[in-house]
Design a protein around this ligand. Sequence first.
Ligand code: DON
Length: 307
Amino acid sequence: MRAHADFDQLLQTIVDDLAPERGAGELADYIEPLRRVDPLSFGMALCTVEGELYCAGDATQRFSIQSVSKVLSLTLAMQHGRHDLWRRVGREPSGNRFNSLVQLEHERGIPRNPFINAGALVVTDVILEMLSDAKATLLDLVRGVAGAADIEFDREVARAEHETGHTNRAMAWFMKSFGNLQGDPEAVLDAYFHHCALSMSCVELARAGVYLANGGCTPEGMCMLSPAQTKQVNSLMLTCGAYDAVGEFAFRVGLPAKSGVGGGILAILPGRFSVAVWSPGLDRAGNSVLGTMALEQLSSRTGWSIF
Ligand code: DON
């Protein structure tokens, strides 16, 4: 691994080299607040397991982390050690779009994995069974790991998710009909929509995710998960973290990662660092076009991957 002093330069070179590609891909258009994001935005931040931070581009600008939050909600559910979590949600890639309903009918309302919408709704239900306020608890967790007490839910995004989330609503009620949601589906949806609406920067996201590179503990020694649980979350990120393009993503990048339709991606090199990238233009699967390119460049130029 090169001297840490070179990291800022490395990230800056990647951001500069990819400048001609800024604006590639399509913005998520299902809600208005995501449609008005500047399509040219592009940021990158890397946090080492020692807690050193390096960044380039629009790394301090906050954006809607969307499905990257599924890693954090899964962490919260696993922290409380519900014995039935893995009976209610699987650990296989779905091969379908993240909001697909089709498998649920044939698979007894049990989602393939916690990183598709149906799976995250079950995870949220599990959290709500244990904690009275799933929104506030997740917000506290995120603020703690990111080291930023002013991280908030974007209320406008949460409201827009509520107003347009008919497929998620159908999914929640469908799983309720199979007995795989215990609580009120509307309460589960409300918490889930807020989790998707977390607004964070690349710097905050890289800091927030570094426990996954460090056996479950932050550089400051705050332990979120055991090393065994951390391995499980990273494995799920590798196999299920990039929607139904996860094979292509692993082929190109070679790191466990979770993407969101806001254009953010959090990737992990266990034992070394977390890296967050953000560019809002998406490919057809919903992964950031430039974000994927940037991670591919990072792993190809340096050899930093898990393989
Ligand atoms: O729930 C939804 O469909 C949106 N909030 C999109 C979330 C996302 O990034 C993709 N999900 N896996």
